[in-house]
Ligand binder design. Structure first.
Ligand SMILES: [Zn+2]
Ligand SMILES: [Zn+2]
Length: 124
């Protein structure tokens, strides 16, 4: 493959914006990609910036889910303790309520945790 701008010069990269083949002279390394010198360079840099911002947003969402997971896990622990207490006191109606709440909050903690992993994965 030859450079789009220079006939006879071997291309070393493909522009991230317009997908033209570029030689060393024409290609600009913009960090996580290559762009045409001048033309596409600002475009690709802007695109990279956008991706970076989206990643930060996803990371924030991930942290929020993580926080929810911790809160739900703590509530599950409290209900777990209350279940144990109700069980020892032989108060079956209360035990049903507290044990049910333990399961619900434990599940909520699990779903929030897995949602957090989804958002935090690949956003390193
Ligand atoms: Zn280009
Ligand atoms: Zn060239």
């Amino acid at each position: 493959m030859k450079c789009f701008n220079h006939d006879g010069v071997d291309a070393v990269a493909i522009c991230k914006n317009c997908n033209k083949a570029l030689c060393h002279t024409c290609a600009v390394d913009v960090g996580n990609g290559v762009a045409c010198a001048g033309d596409c360079e600002p475009e690709v840099r802007a695109l990279n910036e956008l991706i970076r911002r989206n990643r930060t947003a996803a990371q924030k969402t991930g942290y929020a889910y993580n926080r929810n997971a911790i809160i739900c896990a703590l509530i599950a622990l409290v209900f777990g303790y209350l279940s144990f207490d109700a069980f020892q006191a032989g108060r079956t109606p209360l035990l049903v309520v507290t044990a049910g709440s333990t399961v619900i909050f434990a599940m909520a903690a699990f779903f929030n945790y897995s949602a957090a992993q989804k958002f935090l994965k690949g956003s390193g």
